[in-house]
Ligand binder design. Structure first.
Ligand SMILES: Nc1ncnc2c1ncn2[C@@H]1O[C@H](COP(=O)(O)OP(=O)(O)O)[C@@H](O)[C@H]1O
Ligand SMILES: [Mg+2]
Length: 403
């Protein structure tokens, strides 16, 4: 059976599908450059899994239906040892296609079940090492409220917010509007709790606009948060790489946009491709094409403070692999607030690591090494637990304790 050191998973049912294709192909190219046997695995918008010829060519993703015709649809199964097996769904008439084996998975999804813990759980069930955050941390990372709650509990500053779910909103709109205006005031920012890419986000200045924005956000999500608007806003992001207690921080970036709020277009559709430094990644540059200042022009002291906060957030949210942590700064007061964590950041934040001397290929390889390391640590722990349990059972202790 053909065996690959790594598979890169990308695409998937998510508004950020195309961005994920870019991140995925960037990672595939970087691993190829380092002579790794790497298998690109594309998940369609409909949630079907594909491998095969043509998946490396970004031009082919303009017509996904053609791609799905020529690529091979696969099913996933546990392989021998710590490996994953991909088996073609359509078996040949004679004989049997054995499929492919993969030793570790690099997750390059953005949004949807590829980033929210769903696919992470699938990899755990299948028994294959996967890059990035675990199930819980991935789910928290996609939930703007739960991430804030955990950070707040860890003493990290967050912007005051209120959360409303669709169930409690309906029929009591006026009551909730009163409470929000009382607790948050204007201007306020309204966001769906689980989405990214600025989808459904609005800045509002009065009651009518607030109501409209909440209704609009409910079109995307069953839960909405309203938070105080940070005045004199500057956005500062920082990447963290490693595991809790053994993580490093990148340089800071300040993304720049025309009107002060980064829109979906600002993030993904604007900007010239090819600002990818030394990497020979596909020319569409994804998050790397956003206009940004690197390093962010803030004082050395502020830089240190934000880097320190980024590490605290990574620990508080049980980060693993590479994450990008986004902060909101009030430029007049110098106050900095945690805004959100991206557990699979656009382009894996490689453009924040290149200036520290780490090329993209090294970053991706490190993510795979970390994935395997975490998998092995965990499987060791589970095995020793089982041994203890059986020992207790053998001596009749468990029965005794239960009875
Ligand atoms: N509390 C806030 N005050 C001012 N601007 C905000 C605030 N929260 C978000 N924004 C603006 O909205 C943008 C999108 O919000 P964000 O929470 O980062 O959601 P997303 O997951 O879509 O990136 C931010 O990049 C920022 O420009
Ligand atoms: Mg954001």
């Amino acid at each position: 059976m053909q065996r690959y050191a790594a598979a890169v998973f990308f695409g998937g049912p998510s508004p950020e599908h195309e961005v994920s294709v870019i991140t995925g192909l960037q990672a595939v190219a970087a691993l190829r450059e380092r002579n790794k046997a790497v298998l690109p695995v594309y998940v369609s918008k409909g949630g079907r899994w594909f491998t095969g010829q043509g998946l490396d060519d970004i031009a082919r993703y303009k017509r996904p239906s053609d791609l799905e015709q020529t690529a091979t649809e696969m099913a996933l199964a546990p392989g021998p040892g710590r490996s994953l097996r991909l088996v073609p769904l359509k078996q040949p008439f004679f004989g049997r296609a054995e499929g492919l084996l993969v030793d570790a998975v690099l997750l390059a999804f953005h949004g949807g079940s590829g980033e929210n813990g769903g696919v992470q759980g699938l990899c755990e069930s299948l028994g294959v090492p996967y890059s990035g955050a675990g199930v819980m941390a991935s789910a928290v990372g996609m939930d703007k409220v739960r991430a804030k709650v955990l950070c707040k509990a860890a003493g990290i500053p967050v912007v005051p917010w209120m959360e409303i779910s669709e169930g409690i909103w309906a029929g009591k709109e006026e009551h909730h509007l009163d409470a929000i205006i009382d607790g948050i005031g204007f201007p306020a920012i309204v966001k769906p709790v689980h989405l990214g890419s600025s989808i459904g986000i609005a800045r509002v200045e009065d009651r009518e606009a607030l109501e409209g924005a909440i209704e609009e956000a409910f079109r995307y999500d069953a839960a909405v948060l309203v938070e105080q608007c940070v005045p004199n806003l500057r956005e500062i992001n920082c990447s963290v790489l490693g595991t809790i207690g053994n993580a490093r921080v990148s340089v800071l970036e300040e993304p720049v946009s025309g009107d002060g709020t980064l829109s979906f277009e600002d993030k993904y559709l604007r900007g010239a491709p090819g600002k990818t430094g030394r990497s020979k990644a596909p020319s569409a540059a994804g998050m790397a094409s956003l206009d940004r200042r690197i390093p962010a022009p803030v004082s050395d002291e502020m830089t240190q403070d934000i880097r320190e906060m980024a590490l605290q957030v990574f620990d508080a949210l049980d980060g693993s692999g590479v994450a990008r942590i986004d902060f909101l700064m009030d430029d007049a007061s110098g106050s900095v607030f945690f805004n959100e964590i991206n557990t699979i950041p656009g382009s894996l934040s490689f453009y924040l690591w290149e200036p520290t001397g780490m090329p993209f290929g090294e970053l991706v390889e490190l993510l795979l090494d970390l994935a395997v390391e975490r998998f092995e640590t965990r499987s060791r722990r589970v095995r020793s637990f089982q041994t203890n349990l059986l020992d207790v059972r053998a001596s009749g202790g468990l029965k005794g304790k239960l009875g």
